[in-house]
Design a protein around this ligand. Structure first.
Ligand SMILES: Cc1cc2nc3c(=O)[nH]c(=O)nc-3n(C[C@H](O)[C@H](O)[C@H](O)COP(=O)(O)OP(=O)(O)OC[C@H]3O[C@@H](n4cnc5c(N)ncnc54)[C@H](O)[C@@H]3O)c2cc1C
Length: 359
């Protein structure tokens, strides 16, 4: 049994703590913020779970499986439906009329025909420009899910399970330096461990471990707003694939998400400056969700967020000789986004028993 210290209590940190504990190790999690969840959190305001950009759970993906395994009550989920997503310039992603368009779509989605505009759009938008076929097929098959409880609900489920098995999560614990078998905190304390697992995102990991290779991330800007109006009507979303922008109404996808109105979550990914992306996204919303600004109850904007690419990721054992393992969506695995983080966590946890213990 190893003493394992996990740095960061986002989805990577919580999942690696769970996987390490299942394998019999003694685990402690340190989180620098006062709350857990990292980018996967959503904040409940007047009944609206305001998130950090649109988040969809891949049905039967690593995160969904983990959550189902730890939950006594299954999370309430409903899928994003292609026949309720408008594809700018083409009508609905899954046309139902005219008959010919409906038939062509059915054929194209069955054979995954990349010449069909809906398949192209799905491949682009389902993984925020990463071109992931699994998530694209999931969108076409109505297997990308919105959660009634928001992503904080998922985080809460993992945290409750960790609490039940006695894994402490210390918040307000900012790790500023690592050496072999020891981490130093900003309040002057240091903590010893056999294995340190960095689950604190790429930027923070690079600060703690400067020898990490550079990764070229995708960048995105997001706007999340709770509204007392429904500017998208009954549509689940509107996609502008030419400009890599999308607006979703999470409340339309899962009516149980919020008491009334709409919960718009919009994203614009790609090159350029964050402020330019944000103003283009605002203009897109002005055009496609008319009047949204006059109905805002709560709002959150992010200028620059990173999306881990498929290429150039780092292996979980990159710093194993220093007693350090890595996890996150930027760490090598077969999956992307939080599924990548959960999959990398499993790989790291499986490796703990091969790491040397502190003498
Ligand atoms: C626009 C956008 C859309 C996305 N959509 C989806 C989606 O649809 N589906 C999906 O599955 N995933 C999606 N993702 C990805 C998902 O949000 C992330 O993969 C996941 O939340 C990353 O979790 P993490 O734990 O690796 O990192 P983070 O959430 O960043 O957590 C890191 C934690 O470490 C803590 N920390 C940092 N430094 C220190 C330190 N020095 N000491 C102690 N603690 C520290 C931080 O406070 C934070 O809590 C999306 C991401 C973005 C940006």
């Amino acid at each position: 049994m190893a003493r394992v210290l996990v740095v960061g209590a986002g989805l990577s940190g919580l999942s690696v703590a769970m996987e390490a504990s299942v394998r019999g190790h003694h685990v402690v999690v340190l989180e620098k913020r006062s709350s857990i969840g990292g980018r996967a959190s959503s904040e409940l305001r007047d009944g609206f779970p305001i998130a950090y950009g649109p988040h969809f759970l891949l049905k039967k993906g690593p995160l969904h499986q983990l959550v189902r395994k730890v939950s006594k009550v299954k999370p309430s989920v409903l899928p994003l439906r292609p026949h309720r997503i408008e594809l700018l310039g083409h009508g609905m992603m899954q046309p139902r009329k005219p008959m010919m368009d409906a038939v062509l779509y059915r054929r194209a989605s069955k054979s995954y025909d990349r010449d069909h505009p809906s398949i192209q759009a799905s491949e682009d938008i389902a993984s925020w420009g990463l071109g992931n076929e699994d998530r694209s097929r999931a969108l076409l098959d109505s297997n990308l899910l919105a959660l009634k409880e928001g992503w904080s609900g998922l985080v809460g489920r993992l945290a409750v399970t960790l609490d039940e098995v006695g894994i402490p999560i210390e918040t307000g614990a900012n790790v500023i330096e690592i050496e072999k078998h020891k981490v130093h905190l900003s309040d002057g304390r240091h903590v010893e461990a056999d294995v340190v697992i960095l689950a604190c995102g790429y930027g923070q990991s690079k600060k703690l471990l400067p020898e990490l290779p550079e990764i070229e991330f995708r960048t995105a800007s997001t706007i999340d707003v709770a509204l007392d109006a429904m500017p998208l009507g009954e549509r689940h979303g509107i996609l502008d694939t030419k400009h890599s922008m999308a607006i979703f109404d999470m409340k339309q996808i899962h009516p149980g998400i919020a008491p009334s109105g709409a919960l718009l979550s919009a994203v614009h990914y790609g090159e350029g400056k964050g402020e330019d992306r944000l103003s283009q996204l605002c203009a897109f919303m002005d055009e496609r969700a008319p009047g949204w600004k006059a109905h805002i109850l709560h709002e959150r904007q992010q200028k620059n967020v990173k999306i881990a690419p498929l290429a150039g990721r780092v292996e979980f054992g990159f710093a194993r000789k220093s007693g350090i393992l890595l996890t996150g969506a930027w760490v090598e695995s077969e999956h992307i986004l939080s599924d990548g983080a959960v999959a990398a966590s499993r790989l790291a946890a499986e490796h703990i028993s091969k790491m040397p213990l502190q003498q």
